[in-house]
Write a protein that binds this ligand. Structure first.
Ligand code: SAH
Ligand code: SF4
Length: 408
């Protein structure tokens, strides 16, 4: 396959390559998993093993319940499904979710799972993606990946330097939620829901990949996540972050109805072209128009604008003022993200004082401007640091990162 250029390549050719980059194929296993199928697809899967039409709706409901409320990992657990049908299901399907290749726990409690997905060709190394869980006092946020790697090449993002790119299936995206609930013991059991609130209460599509370049799969997975009879996460607690794939922004509001976050990062096209090369295709003006028209945006459902703080690049107070001017009229919040360093990057994080001054300008203009606390830096779990172990860090690089995380 063609190499995806890294951030050091000139953005125009990076963008040209973006359109040419062939995606790796997903190869379905001989015995497919039922995880990630819509109700209609689940109905078809049951029909294929001879479940009579009059029974199908009820059986779909039962399987759905076991999958997404109880977290069943084997058909044998589905005690209200007749044994012959469980056996038939078992003969043709699985309840497989992505396999956990490793689990890391940060000094701050953040957990990162490296997940292994089937390779394109038999005998090849599996594809690896990451999924991160961030516990906070009032919520637990799960950060999901939508692609192995990313075809885009934002110059400050570690994921963008990964070569292999494959779209995840709906089952692999929704499956990350199942894996997290498995590992955290966050399922409803026969004794009822666990005490206290649910550990996974929020979802952000902010892991590896550009979700709007894998729109259908992301949509189908998020519809499962928000289905009231199963995982039942409110759409207001699901946020999709995009680097600005304008044609799919409206569809996100229309077809998924989740909260939108936009990776803006610069207020001028010349700089944004460099930081987010996709800007050459969809410049700031078009992007902001799509935000103005985002279905369901209101003061109660604001769009988040993400802005990574890069020292001496985009962090002047003039930038802050221009940011406020640009966002006028859009129900917005601004999320300032301290740049998370990774080995080999040419950027530094802005000084804390500068971030505070920048934040004051934004705040005084009436926007909430929380600074995102970096979480899990020591295990490379923070924003933009995700890159699977296909290209492993040396032990020394890991130590350097851990040291950075401890001195914050
Ligand atoms: N591809 C999507 C979602 C994944 S990235 C997008 O770009 O929006 C999630 C967020 O992390 C984005 O706002 C992204 O710009 C930001 N990010 C990427 N690399 C980063 C880094 N090294 N430090 C801080 N934030 C970063
Ligand atoms: Fe891809 Fe988002 Fe990273 Fe850009 S910031 S390279 S779109 S994952």
């Amino acid at each position: 396959m063609t190499d995806v250029p890294t951030g050091s390549v000139d953005p125009a050719s990076a963008l040209a390559a973006l359109e040419k980059t062939p995606l790796e194929r997903f190869v379905a296993p001989a015995k497919p998993s039922l995880v990630g199928l819509s109700r209609a697809e689940l109905g078809d899967a049951l029909a294929a093993i001879g479940v009579a039409e009059r029974e199908r709706k009820m059986r779909v409901q039962q399987v759905w319940h076991w999958l997404y409320l109880r977290g069943a990992r084997a058909f044998a657990e589905m005690t209200n499904v007749a044994k012959p049908m469980r056996d038939a299901l078992d003969a043709h399907y699985t309840l497989a979710r992505p396999e956990v290749a490793s689990e890391q726990v940060s000094v701050d409690g953040t957990r990162k799972w490296l997940l292994s997905l089937p390779a394109t060709n038999p005998g090849e190394a599996p594809h690896l993606v990451e999924c991160v869980y961030i516990p906070e006092t009032d919520r637990g946020t799960l950060c999901l990946s939508s692609q192995v790697g990313c075809t885009l090449t934002c110059s400050f993002c570690h994921t963008g330097t990964q070569r292999l790119v494959r779209n995840l299936t709906p089952g692999e995206i929704a499956g990350q939620i199942l894996v997290a609930r498995d590992r955290l013991g966050d399922w409803v059991t026969a004794a009822g829901p666990r005490e206290g609130s649910r550990l996974v209460s929020n979802i952000v599509m902010m892991g590896m990949g550009e979700p709007l370049y894998n729109f259908e799969a992301v949509r189908d997975a998020l519809l499962i996540a928000s289905d009231g009879d199963g995982l039942a996460l409110s759409r207001r607690r699901i946020t999709l972050s995009t680097s600005g794939v304008v044609p799919n922004i409206h569809r996100t509001g229309d077809e998924i109805g989740v909260m939108l976050a936009v990776s803006l990062h610069a207020v001028r096209d010349d700089l944004r072209n460099e930081l987010v090369p996709l800007n050459r295709k969809y410049p700031i003006k078009e992007l902001l128009k799509a935000c103005r028209d985002y279905p369901g945006a209101s003061n109660a459902r604001r769009i988040t604008f993400e802005y990574v703080m890069l020292k001496g690049i985009n962090d002047s107070l003039a930038d802050a003022k221009e940011l406020v001017r640009l966002l006028k009229g859009i129900p917005a919040k601004i999320n300032l993200i301290p740049f998370n360093p990774w080995p080999g990057t040419r950027y530094d994080c802005s000084d804390w004082e500068q971030i505070e001054k920048f934040s004051d300008v934004v705040f005084n203009a009436g926007y909430s401007s929380p600074v995102r606390t970096p979480r899990g830096r020591d295990i490379l779990a923070a924003c933009g640091q995700l890159k699977s172990a296909t290209e492993k860090l040396s032990a020394r690089e890991r130590l350097a990162l851990r040291a950075m995380a401890m001195t914050d």
